[in-house]
Write a protein that binds this ligand. Structure first.
Ligand code: 13P
Ligand code: 13P
Ligand code: MG
Ligand code: MG
Length: 393
C-alpha cells in the first residue's frame, strides 16, 4: 500500500496506571511510551509524535501518512501502552493497565479500551490544529463546546462574518448504546441536533464536517469504557482534534467555547456531575474529590506531517475567571454529597458498584399497608376491565 499524500493526525490515549490514586501519570511511563514511538518514527510507521498526559491519562499524539484506523499505527500505540503498563506495574502505580481491556492486539485499538480521535486531510499551507484532552469525564463532555464552536454564532463570529464558514457544518452524532450514527446539518437542523446531543451520555458528537466541501473540521473519541467492559473500570476520558483558521473557526473561537465551565459527568468514581475546568499543563492533574474534571488544549501547526509546537493554550489569565467559576461550582455541587444531581442518575450508575449495594437491601423491602389494602381492589378492577374488553370483541 503506497503512502498517502494526505496527513493523518492520530490521538490515542489510555489510562495505564497513575501515581497516588487516579491523580497523575508517572514520568517513567511517559518516557517508555516515548521510546516506543521514537522507534516507530525511525522505522517510518509515524512521521512525528508528542507524548503527554492529562491527569492519569497517557496521551499519544502522532502524525503519519497511513490514514485513519491503520493497523501499524494502532499496533504501535498498543505497544507503547503495554510497555508503559509494565513500568506502571513495576512501580506499583495505581490501576496499572486500567484501560487495556484485552491481553492481545487484534488489528485496531478501538474496542480494546483506549480512546481514539483521528483525522486525515490535505495540509493547508498553514495547518493549525488544537488537541483537547480531558480527564475525569466522558466523550459527550465535548458535545456542548462542539456545538458552540461549529453552530453557535454567539460563540463563533465567523459563522456570520466569514463566507467560508457561513454555509455551516455537518455533525455526525454517534448513539453509543445502539452503535448507530446520524448526520445532522447546522444551522438548518439545530433543534434536532440539540434534541440528541443534549443527552451526552448516549449521543456523542463524533465528527464535524464543513458542509460546502465535506472537509473534516473536528473528531472526538467516542469509546465508552463501561459499555465495552460491561462494568465500571474508569471513565472514558475523551480527546478531540479541531482544525483552526482559514475556513474553520479561528483558534480563539474554538477556545472561547470552553470559557463557560459547563457541567459534565465523571469526577469521583466516574459517578458525579462537575464543572469542566480549562487548565494549562501545569494544572493538568486532579486532586479535589479526584477532580474537578479538567481539559487542556495543545495547539500545533502541522507541516509536512511534522508537529510544530505545542502551545499550551489554556495557560492564560484570560481563563482565570472560567477557572474561578469552576471552583465556585465545585463547592456548590460538592455540598450535595451523595445526592443527585451531583451524583449521576440511576441509568449511569448501573455500571458502577452501586447496584451491589442496592442488591443487599432488596429483601428488606416490605409492601406498604396502603398497597396491601389497594391490591384486591386493583385486581378486581383489572378483571372487570378484562371481561369488558372481551365483551367488545
Ligand atoms: P482566518 O480567516 O485566517 O481564519 O483569520 C481569522 C482570524 O484569525 C480572526 O481572529
Ligand atoms: P479515571 O477514569 O481517570 O481513571 O478516574 C477513575 C476514578 O474512579 C476517579 O475517581
Ligand atoms: Mg485512572
Ligand atoms: Mg483518567
Amino acid at each position: 500500500m503506497g503512502e498517502s499524500p494526505k496527513t493523518t493526525v492520530s490521538v490515542i490515549k489510555a489510562d495505564i496506571g497513575s501515581l497516588a490514586g487516579h491523580h497523575i501519570v508517572h514520568p517513567d511511563t511517559i518516557a517508555v511510551a516515548s521510546r516506543v514511538l521514537a522507534e516507530g518514527k525511525s522505522k517510518g510507521v509515524i512521521v512525528d509524535y508528542y507524548v503527554t498526559n492529562v491527569g492519569d491519562d497517557l496521551q499519544l499524539i502522532m502524525t503519519h501518512r497511513k490514514g485513519v484506523d491503520n493497523e501499524q499505527v494502532h499496533e504501535l500505540a498498543w505497544r507503547a501502552f503495554k510497555e508503559a503498563t509494565k513500568v506502571a506495574k513495576d512501580l506499583g502505580l495505581y490501576a496499572a493497565g486500567q484501560d487495556l481491556l484485552s491481553e492481545a492486539f487484534s488489528g485496531n485499538v478501538r474496542g480494546l479500551g483506549p480512546g481514539v480521535a483521528e483525522m486525515e486531510f490535505v495540509e493547508r499551507p498553514s495547518e493549525p490544529i488544537i488537541v483537547f484532552m480531558a480527564d475525569k469525564t466522558e466523550p459527550g463532555a465535548f458535545n456542548l463546546p462542539m456545538y458552540r464552536i461549529f453552530a453557535d454564532p454567539f460563540n463563533t463570529a465567523g459563522l456570520v462574518i466569514d463566507p467560508r464558514l457561513h454555509g455551516g457544518f455537518k455533525f455526525v452524532v454517534h448513539d453509543v448504546f445502539e452503535g448507530k450514527e446520524i448526520t445532522l446539518n447546522a444551522p438548518e437542523e439545530i433543534y434536532d441536533l440539540l434534541a440528541l446531543i443534549g443527552t451526552p451520555s448516549r449521543f456523542v458528537v463524533r465528527k464535524v464536517l464543513r458542509k460546502s466541501d465535506n472537509e473534516i473540521g473536528a473528531v472526538v473519541s467516542v469509546e465508552r469504557l463501561s459499555l465495552i467492559a460491561g462494568r465500571y473500570v474508569g471513565k472514558d476520558d475523551p480527546v478531540a482534534i479541531v482544525r483552526a483558521q482559514s475556513g474553520f473557526p479561528a483558534a480563539g473561537e474554538i477556545l472561547e467555547a470552553f470559557s463557560h465551565p459547563h457541567l459534565v459527568a465523571g469526577w469521583m468514581r466516574g459517578s458525579h456531575h462537575g464543572p469542566l475546568m480549562p487548565v494549562g499543563m501545569r494544572y493538568a492533574k486532579v486532586t479535589r474529590f479526584d477532580g474537578p474534571p479538567r481539559v487542556v488544549a495543545l495547539g500545533f501547526n502541522v507541516k509536512n506531517a511534522k508537529l510544530i509546537g505545542p502551545a499550551d493554550l489554556f495557560d492564560d489569565v484570560a481563563f482565570d475567571e472560567a477557572r474561578r467559576m469552576a471552583q465556585l461550582v465545585t463547592d456548590y455541587m460538592r455540598r450535595h454529597g451523595p445526592f443527585m444531581p451531583h451524583r449521576l442518575g440511576p441509568e449511569e450508575m448501573e455500571y458502577t458498584t452501586l447496584p451491589e449495594v442496592l442488591e443487599k437491601l432488596k429483601d428488606r423491602f416490605v409492601e406498604t399497608e396502603a398497597r396491601k389494602a389497594a391490591k384486591p381492589k386493583v385486581e378486581s378492577e383489572l378483571l372487570a376491565h378484562k371481561s369488558q374488553s372481551e365483551d367488545v370483541d
